[in-house]
Design a protein around this ligand. Structure first.
Ligand SMILES: Cc1ncc(C[n+]2csc(CCOP(=O)(O)OP(=O)(O)O)c2C)c(N)n1
Length: 181
């Protein structure tokens, strides 16, 4: 798929984007309430204040494109179209959760929606993003991979290896640093 196709795609208007951001904000606020009540199994890392990154990036991704996030990944999964009830069920450890209740907050994944996972290990997903991008390149699929990471990732070896590989192999991957410091 050529660059012109991306530019011609139907990007939602500002009101729609704002509405999606508000949804993510309310979702995270409700998760916070549930966590404080002791109903969430394991940790729950919220993305409060980072909604625009998830919504903005997802708004220009096509259905076949790939994205990956950190353990702070609820919004990224939802922004790609993962069903909110299944994400919430996952946080509650229920069998109907998006990972059958076995992954929890830090491992929200929905390959079906192009979201190739949230990763608890800082920096672990950057080489995986390179792998997805490499597969797209050698198969000439035109898919783009977007990999979100926190600023704390930049002192991890895998970060340096991944960005170097991406540059040397000219991979169709975009690394997005969410600096919430
Ligand atoms: C390889 C590895 N080392 C250490 C940790 C422990 N750890 C969990 S969160 C975190 C800080 C990450 O900061 P940042 O990437 O800026 O993300 P933020 O939580 O601020 O969104 C660390 C060091 C980890 N999960 N993985």
């Amino acid at each position: 798929m050529g660059c012109h196709t991306v530019l011609a795609m139907d990007v939602p208007d500002g009101l729609e984007l704002y509405s999606r951001m508000c949804f993510l904000r309310h979702f995270e606020e409700r998760v916070d309430v549930l966590y404080r009540r002791g109903l969430i199994h394991g940790p729950a890392h919220l993305g409060l204040g980072q909604e625009a990154i998830a919504v903005g990036a997802a708004s220009v991704l096509r259905p076949g494109d790939c994205s990956l996030g950190t353990y702070r990944g609820h919004a990224h999964a939802l922004a790609r179209g993962a069903p909110p009830d299944a994400v919430l069920a996952e946080l509650l450890g229920r069998a109907g959760g998006i990972c059958q209740g076995k992954g929890g907050s830090m491992h929200i994944t929905s390959v079906e929606h192009g979201y190739f996972g949230s990763y608890a290990i800082v920096g672990a997903h950057l080489p995986i993003a390179c792998g997805l991008a490499w597969a797209a390149k050698i198969r000439h699929t035109g898919q783009v991979t977007v990999c979100f990471f926190g600023d704390g990732t930049t002192n991890i070896g895998a970060f340096h290896e991944a960005v170097n590989l991406a540059a040397v192999w000219q991979l169709p991957v975009v690394f997005v640093c969410e600096n919430n410091w």
